[in-house]
Design a protein around this ligand. Structure first.
Ligand code: PRT
Ligand code: ZN
Length: 304
């Protein structure tokens, strides 16, 4: 059960995911909701697909673009920040990437942002001219600086970027931000977004020429089914017929509901697939508008 390295034709699909980290659990959850199950190798580096011929390679996220480029893996789940950094780097070196983003996956959201000391009065990108900017994303920062016609020094660090200004290594930083707590703890403020990131499915720029094409298509179809209904809920309720118009206005994110008459013709039983959050506030609004017996059910999967 070891991962034979054969970049040519293969009859199994191999997907690289992060071994440990922010994206590992959600990536596994998405793949298992898409119907995959595996047997894990003893060294926990490889998972052999049991339900479908789709195996997993568990790696560091930074290695995923290279593994796809080298044909060791067919697909990968990785942050767009990591993927674009590799793509920008390869373009700058005059060897365009042979892989690309296939799908945005809706988890692992964050942004790559420029941040400066809190005391700075930010007036725009030109303020960075001649300054030193610390980052682990030099290629994307270089692209952004070029687009904004700013000449600045890029200080490449492997980690702990947020403390570089305090250590005197840099004047500003370009780093990932999600809640902003790390910046605040280091007396920095985000002033400019460089890119928005989330986990993405990455794959080759060219289609597969063998059975992997069908497997990838099947997987994408299933993933799309899972992603489409990720925040969706099935709403069941009854309502007087004359309240229908008002109730439907409160459900702008719902698919056209299925209805049937109960108690003669005056009361309707409705079932609607809603794509937005079904909060208590919304349920109370629906109740006030005449809905009764409201029930919110999770939706596990959907095949259109
Ligand atoms: O070991 P390996 O190399 O695989 O893992 P890693 O340590 O490089 O990656 P990991 O697990 O930290 O992150 C994996 C991916 O998660 C990243 O590439 C992003 O796509 C995504 N992601 C989402 C984040 C964040 N949010 C995030 N907040 N990655 C890192 N951070 C860090 C950020 O660098 C900063 O240090 O969290 C800190 C900021 O967080 P806030 O909430 O204080 O703003
Ligand atoms: Zn990493």
């Amino acid at each position: 059960m070891s991962p034979a390295t054969n970049p040519g034709t293969r009859d199994r699909l191999r997907i690289a995911i992060q071994k440990n980290g922010r994206l590992s659990e959600p990536a596994r959850a998405l793949l298992s909701s898409s119907g995959l199950s595996w047997r894990e190798s003893r060294d926990k580096l490889f998972c052999y697909g049991e339900s479908l011929p789709v195996d997993l390679l568990l790696v560091r996220d930074d290695d995923i673009p290279g593994l796809i480029a080298d044909g060791v893996c067919d697909l990968g789940i990785v942050g767009r920040n990591v993927l674009d950094e590799e793509i920008d780097g390869r373009c700058a070196a005059g060897r365009p990437a042979t892989f690309r983003e296939w799908r945005a996956l809706g988890f692992g959201g964050c942004r790559l942002a420029l941040a400066v000391p809190e005391g700075w009065d930010w007036r725009g990108p030109q303020q960075l001219a001649g300054k030193r900017i610390a980052t682990t994303y030099p290629n994307q920062l270089r692209t952004w600086l070029r687009m904004n016609q700013v000449e600045a020094d890029i200080v490449v660090l492997n980690g702990s970027v947020e403390i570089a200004p305090r250590l005197g290594q840099a004047d500003a930083i370009c780093d990932l931000v999600s809640s902003g707590a790390t910046l605040a703890a280091n007396q920095l403020k985000a002033v400019q977004d460089v890119m928005h990131s989330e986990a993405v499915l990455a794959g080759p720029a060219q289609p597969f020429g063998d059975v992997r094409a069908e497997l990838a298509e099947l997987l994408l179809r299933r993933m799309d089914g899972v992603l489409r209904i990720r925040d969706s809920k099935l709403l069941l309720f009854q309502a007087p017929r004359d309240a229908l118009e008002c109730l439907l206005q409160l459900l702008p994110d719902a698919e056209p509901p299925t209805m049937c008459a109960v108690d003669g013709a005056d009361t309707l039983a409705l079932q609607a697939l809603c794509h937005g959050a079904m909060t208590w506030q919304r349920l109370e609004d629906l109740k006030r508008a005449g809905a009764r017996g409201l029930m919110v059910l999770p939706v596990e999967r959907m095949l259109a």
